[in-house]
Design a protein around this ligand. Structure first.
Ligand code: SAM
Length: 260
């Protein structure tokens, strides 16, 4: 005998959800930004010391390389997205009398950055804005350069962040991204994976009391597109003259493009 299906009324409206990566986990797209925010909330106060420990200080050289390649000049207006505690901005301000807007989704990271700026007596040429790389709270064509260091792999929709970068730049403006990448040889990648998957979460646990955020960080590095694939994404966003440089055999890469 035919039995009609019992209809239940949900108090939640049905909405289609698309899934994405959060490290090696699969999560709903709407969840990712708040999970990433949670990661950086928990590491904000030890973020800078952890960078030195995890990379044996190399992150300083990689950041110097990106800022060196950009070569900021006096009067330039630069937005440093996912700028966290201001590491990239401070390097730019050391090289030129430019103006840097540090934008990050995480208020705790920005507060750490603002305190570091005060400790260094950096009072001018920098501003701190809370915002999402996917929908930046600034008008079109505002900046001569857009930089993002170790940030873009955390963004849910990388294509949207790249479109926003394009929108914010003046014609001729420069896009630069420093990000963990993929090693040039398979055997190097295996050694590096052994180090990152075993040592980094342990160092994180030892310094911050929790290894989970660092487990996410190493997983997100593995999920990030390879150098050529990322260069294609930058071209697809409209940028021209797209190039990249591998540093430390491809542990990290700097991608550069221009709004033509
Ligand atoms: N650029 C800084 C540096 O190199 O020291 C900080 C890098 S930290 C690994 C990544 C930063 O990306 C965090 O401060 C985090 O809050 C920020 N972030 C993650 N998702 C973001 C998003 N959708 N929009 C803006 N910032 C984001």
């Amino acid at each position: 005998m035919y039995k009609p299906t019992k209809l239940t009324q949900s108090t939640q409206p049905m909405k289609p959800t698309t899934q994405t990566h959060f490290g090696f986990q699969t999560v709903d797209e709407d969840e990712k930004a708040s999970l990433v925010r949670g990661v950086f909330d928990s590491v904000a106060s030890r973020y800078d010391v952890m960078n030195d420990l995890m990379s044996a200080g190399l992150h300083r050289l990689w950041k110097n390389d990106m800022v060196g390649w950009l070569s900021p000049r006096d009067g330039m207006r630069i937005v440093d997205v996912a700028g966290g505690t201001g590491d990239i901005a401070f390097r730019m301000l050391k090289r030129a009398a430019c103006h840097v807007t540090v934008c990050d989704i995480n208020q705790h990271m920005l507060e750490e950055g603002r305190n570091r700026a005060l400790d260094r007596n950096i009072l001018h040429g920098i501003e701190w804005v809370c915002g999402n790389a996917e929908s930046m709270p600034m008008p079109d064509g505002e900046y001569d350069a857009y930089t993002i260091a170790f940030g873009i792999r955390n963004v849910t929709h990388i294509d949207l962040a790249l479109k926003e970068a394009y929108r914010l730049l003046k014609p001729g403006g420069r896009f630069m991204c420093l990000e963990f990448s993929h090693l040039r040889h398979e055997w190097m990648q295996k050694l590096y994976d052994m180090y990152s998957f075993n040592a980094i979460p342990k160092i994180g646990e030892w310094v911050t009391g929790s290894g989970d955020p660092y487990q996410y960080l190493v997983e997100s590095i593995r999920n990030f597109p390879k150098q050529e694939a990322f260069a294609t994404m930058i071209r697809d966003a409209g940028f021209g003259n797209v190039q990249y440089r591998n540093l430390s055999q491809g542990v990290v890469a700097i991608h550069s493009g221009r709004k033509l």
